[in-house]
Design a binder for this molecule. Sequence first.
Ligand code: PMP
Length: 506
Amino acid sequence: MLNIAGLDKHYFKGEGSRLWYHEDDGNEKEVIDFLGGYGSTLLGHNHPQLVAHAVAMLQGGMVHHGQLGMRKHAGELGRRLAEHMQATTGRPHMVLQANSGAEAVELALKLAEFGKRARIDRLQKRIDGDLYEAARAASEGLNMRAADLSTLNGLLGEAASTLPLSEQFALLAEFNHKAASARPVLLGLERAFHGKTTGALQLTNNSSYRQPFERLGAPVHFLAPGKLDAVQDVIASSRVYLHTVQENDGELILQRQEFSNVSAFFVEPIQGEGGVHPLDIGYLRGLRACADAHDFPLVLDEIQTGMGRTGSLLYAEQMGIRGDICLLGKSLGGALAKISAILVDQEWYEPEFGLLHSSTFAEDDYSSSLACRVLDVIEQEGLLEQCASKGRKLAEALNGLQKAYPEVIREVRGAGLLLGLEFMPREHGSTTLRDIFMEGRLGYVIAGYLLNKHGIRVAPTLSSPATIRLEPAALITDEECQKLMAALTHVCEILRRQNAYEMSNY
Ligand code: PMP
């Protein structure tokens, strides 16, 4: 497919927002990188300060595998990220590290389920204690209210009604255990992308990636973004009821206790791979309220939106939305290390969890120390402001293009330097182009044309292949953006003329 789209280049050198490959005749060809490692090169390729730091670490004899020892740099990174979260949310946080975005999703998934399970276990233990006490009281002659007895019969079946009360309470404990062992409910959104490992894949809505492995994981309810009623409905249907018996005024009283079986709700505040769709602020606020009311963490996957790309370290900050668990990856490693992290509100952290997920490679000094320098560079070079102002300017230019070619560009979306440009087919246009669109290859054909004809590297989003995503480095210049705009204008002209030949022959 790379070959057909003219994208089969090997990039042998990278510097800032430029990459080089060899043309067939052996000549070096320089290209401007607007693909940005699918969002991992916010600081550009081979940022000099990061390279110098990496070289110094490698030549300085740093220990790369110092497991079962104090991980000093992992500690520094955790402290810095936690301080940032404390400053922006006013709440203490814990930070855990992993090696990739998808692994960060796995971590969050496991932590959320571990926490839910621990809370259910605590509730059950309390109820088991109540039932033990109630059985003792019953054997000493205490009776149950008539109305409660018939409810109990309804739960345990008529056959149980002839048993002594103490034995019925033992059956009730079993009944509770069965109810509490219901599979957890996970919530996610249509168009979501959270990675391709087994657990993360269950939350990734693209069925061609997920379906072959669907039987492996916990089922996820995919909800339509923006529809809060649907969220309320699933939460209501996920309630689990346990029953306890307590003594009151010389009588035994049956009581129902309920919990929501939702373990977590995963959202990308801007759905990146789904086509760069920012979620509505009112909807996000609604999700925050649901999470608070029904005892599950709101997980904000900021693997693509985070690290400053949208103008704040986390996109949630400018939206004024608080996540209980926030995920970072991609540019956290400065394009020189593979590292990801989850930032957990202390309230959702379980102290035993640290040992339940670990990896040979995570929390290593090299990656953590580089990530600390990434935070330094973001601060020293004012990258948050650069992303915000350059993004605003680029979005303005793209919106201008959309107005000039409304029959070709459906919409421009995104924030900061995470922008999506959705193309559409013309109803009675070239059958070849419509065919390419229907097969989900329009974005790849456009990417091939831009690369080969204009020396500009872009890619479509993974689950919305007619949307070109723009994720350049924060150091992208005005001149480079102007070149992009000139090249995109050519694309629009060709699509307006419906000239499939010109689009694929360079
Ligand atoms: N979450 C989001 C929002 C992503 O965009 C991605 C990757 N595009 C991932 C998770 C998975 O990250 P990785 O590719 O590092 O596993």
